[in-house]
Design a protein around this ligand. Structure first.
Ligand code: CTP
Length: 323
């Protein structure tokens, strides 16, 4: 692999038709042409009016630049300087930075597809209340980002969380455990990897009141009867054509013992354990990877760093060693 120091990434904030024709009458276009094309990637961030972007001439140029090995970042859709709204808007600076970081990450999952569940589920009791938990979805979304950076096609099935979708990731929003099950099962067999980070509610109310349950003076407290939700991870791991399955175990005590039990009970090759109360909503975490052979700790780090380590670990497990 090339060292980042060997590479020069030219980020051009405007489209360069000149590049297309090999023009080199200014310093920037000269640098774009006079570079070792195999060692020095060229990334372009188009920014223009929506009609201009949609014009066949521009689209021809974009296609040719891609064919010449350039990478186009964006454009985005939204408000434009001219007052119009549409495709052609330059990505935000922070989005460009994320794209650049992703570009230089090792592509350990190139050509692979990854399905991830993330966040909590919400099991309604009545139109205003429900059963849920404190999962923020941050770990699942960090894994989605890390897998996309590693070159995978990524789908995240997300419970109710307020997190932006990582760029390039397909997102399916759900609320209940049943909806998560229904979204995941038809997709799972078509994926290479399934990572179940969601804190799926174990039970749901048998009956959902159609109106808000009211307090009634002198009357007995409402009794909530529960029924168990289906286990999404266990169901995926029993498919004939199953992806490589990774489960999470968020525990409050005896992490290793519970993680090992789940490895067997869910029939999966890898469980990632963490102490739930300490991590819910936090930006960092400590993970313990548990498999049939033993366990290994990924020391405390921010969730994106851990997610990248986990993705690298999964990549080595699903890619046959060449040595
Ligand atoms: N999981 C799932 N579907 C469920 C319950 C759990 O897919 N209905 C997945 C979680 O996403 C996680 C793993 O199973 O990857 C373990 O979840 P956890 O809630 O820790 O375990 P449970 O099986 O629910 O057991 P318990 O609540 O008793 O710890």
């Amino acid at each position: 692999m090339l060292e980042p120091t060997e590479l020069l990434a030219e980020l051009v904030a405007f489209f360069q038709p000149k590049l297309l024709h090999g023009g080199a009458d200014d310093l920037l276009s000269l640098m774009c042409l006079a570079r070792p094309i195999d060692k020095c990637p060229l990334l372009l961030a188009p920014a223009m009016n929506r009609e201009m972007w949609a014009h066949p001439a521009t689209q021809r140029n974009a296609a040719q630049l891609r064919a010449d090995g350039c990478t186009l970042l964006g454009p985005a859709n939204g408000d434009q300087a001219c007052g119009e709204i549409g495709d052609g808007r330059m990505l935000e600076a922070v989005e460009l930075l994320d794209e650049l970081i992703a570009f230089f990450r090792p592509k350990s999952l190139l050509g692979k597809s990854v399905l991830i569940t993330a966040g909590p589920t919400f099991e309604p009791l009545d139109p205003v209340r429900g059963l849920t938990n404190r999962s923020s979805g941050k770990m699942g979304f960090a894994i989605a980002r890390a897998a996309a950076e590693a070159g995978a096609t990524v789908t995240v099935v997300a419970g109710p969380v307020h997190l932006p979708t990582p760029r390039g990731v397909r997102r399916i929003d759900v609320n209940t455990a049943q909806q998560m099950f229904d979204a995941v099962l038809p997709e799972a067999a078509a994926h290479d990897v399934f990572i179940a980070t969601a804190a799926v509610a174990d039970w749901r109310p048998v009956n959902i009141a159609s109106n808000k349950i009211k307090k009634q003076a002198g009357k007995a407290l409402p009794v909530i009867e529960l029924v168990e939700n289906r286990d999404i991870l266990a169901a995926v791991s029993q498919l004939d054509k199953r992806p490589y399955c990774v489960g999470f175990a968020a525990e409050s005590t005896d992490l290793l013992k519970h993680a090992r039990e789940k490895l067997v009970r869910k029939g999966v090759p890898l469980i990632v354990g963490n102490l739930g109360p300490a991590t819910f909503g936090a930006d960092d975490n400590t993970l313990t990877l548990v498999d049939a052979a033993g366990h290994r700790e990924l020391p405390r780090a921010d969730k994106l760093t851990l997610a990248r380590q986990l993705v690298a670990e999964i990549a080595t497990r699903i890619t046959p060693s060449t040595t």
